[in-house]
Design a protein around this ligand. Sequence first.
Ligand SMILES: [Zn+2]
Length: 301
Amino acid sequence: MTEPVGRFAPTPSGRMHLGNVFAFLIAWLSAKSRGGHIVLRMEDLDTERTSAENAEVLRSDLRWLGLDWDQETAPQSQRSQVYDRYFEKLRDLGLLYPCYCTRSQLHNVNAPHLSDGTYVYPGTCRDLTEAQRAAFSRAPSWRVKVPERQYRLTDLCQGEFCQNLVAECGDFVVRRADGVYVYQLAVTVDDGESGVTEVVRGMDLLGSAPRQMYLQELFGFPHPQYGHVPMLLSPDGRRLSKRDRDLDLGILRQNMTPQQLLGKLAFSSELIDKDEPISATELAGEFSWDKLRKTDIYLTI
Ligand SMILES: [Zn+2]
């Protein structure tokens, strides 16, 4: 069996919160416990909210935690010409069309949506004529047509998951009207080109895996193994977010050792039996996906 290649894909828009740290810890443990590698890349498509300074702080935080990486690939903000090539591939396949819907039109559509907030697109612009398209004065976003089929995956943490892209998602945007490529396309290209075999991330992204699997097929990449880890909740049951300043790494690094922090995460997620300090390397020796808690984790720090 070939060695797994996992990845860290942080967004350098501020300090990591513990949900990110937890997902990176599990990605690292899963790869390293089987002799694998980790690729780091900065997901900075949103250039307004991200910065090189934040990226450097993220690297420093990962090093402090003992979560090292074997290679860093180019940040997404520098790869738009690469994404262009894959976008053209979709166009050559006859799968792209321009969408002129406004945000409010999309949100007024009375349709169910995925847990990540995606609305089911009803195909409003799919069959517009050239004359109808020409009548719009604004730049369109670009959508890819989805096939009528079930996408199935066996998640390392969540088990069987299945989604019908037509019924549960609809044709989805791959490039925004301002020319910026969306997460689904960028992440598929980046993971595919850097040979990532294992995508470990938060449970909130499980619903986007089938879109990426579809793009992987179109681009000729193998499907990676997915592992969607549970969300961390504060003791009062809220999802941790960047607003929880007291739980960001800047504050935690002043008050704890990395071993104390990793021990708390490992204990809360049932990887170890006692709340005691432990290093990432020690944890790798004991790691198995079977031990990991599958549902929301209440954190007490
Ligand atoms: Zn539309």
